[in-house]
Design a protein around this ligand. Structure first.
Ligand code: FE2
Length: 232
């Protein structure tokens, strides 16, 4: 059984860039639905004891698209929550220089990320990844992700599905992307991922837990590293 991971911050902690309403709907409804469907389909396929990363890859290899779509969406959302933080966050000098090497400057990276996300047709994800050619910005359609792309290791992801921004930004995906990158992107997480890609430390893996424990979020439990954040 896969759990619905708790948000790593309080629902209102990303305001004003992202509202508590958006986070409640996105996490408690959308992410939960993907996790529940994955559990149902993984049990039917006899792969429910495996790591989610393996389930995603095997479902894609076997052409089990229903399981692939739901399992990949469960994973992508967990990675997305970690890609955001209410703490002020900026890339370290080392990461900044890797970005400058790949994109020319940090501003050029920002432009590349926002443009890739804005130009992406329909639903999907925009990623900052690292690979043999250094850092790159890519987008993937629907549930597609970096788990099924050999040689690419994700540092950050932003959700381009309308449910990620429509309550707060209506159809203005570009403004959402600019604010996301400028206000809530978690550079400390990107840094850890980059180190893991170099063999230093562990990269993100879908959290394991006891089924049923994920209900904590529904009881209004607060997971915030911002002091004084009231429960929502
Ligand atoms: Fe989403």
């Amino acid at each position: 059984m896969f759990i619905l991971p708790k948000l790593p911050f309080a629902y209102a902690a990303l305001e004003p860039a992202l509202s508590a309403d958006t986070l409640h709907t996105h996490h408690d409804k959308h992410h939960r639905a993907y996790v529940e469907k994955t559990n149902e389909l993984a049990a039917k396929a006899g792969v429910d004891g495996r790591a989610l990363e393996e389930v995603v890859r095997e479902a894609q290899r076997k052409g089990d698209l229903k399981l692939f779509h739901n399992a990949a969406q469960a994973w992508n959302h967990a990675f997305f929550w970690e890609s955001m933080t209410p703490k002020a966050s900026a890339p370290s000098e080392a990461l900044k220089s890797a970005i400058a090497k790949a994109f020319g400057s940090f501003d050029a990276f920002r432009e590349a990320f926002v443009t890739e996300g804005f130009d992406h047709f329909g639903s999907g994800w925009v990623w900052l990844v690292t690979g043999s050619e250094g850092l790159k910005v890519i987008s993937t359609h629907d549930a597609d992700d970096t788990l099924i792309r050999d040689g690419l290791f994700p540092l950050l992801v932003c959700d381009l599905w309308e449910h990620a921004y429509y309550l707060d930004y209506k159809n203005d995906r570009k403004e959402f992307l600019k604010r996301w990158l400028g206000e809530v992107a978690n550079w400390a997480f990107a840094e850890r991922q980059l180190a893991a890609a170099d063999g230093k430390g562990d990269g993100f893996r879908y959290p394991a837990g006891v089924p049923g424990e994920d209900a904590a979020n529904d009881r209004g439990e607060v997971h915030s590293d911002r002091p004084g954040q009231p429960p929502h």
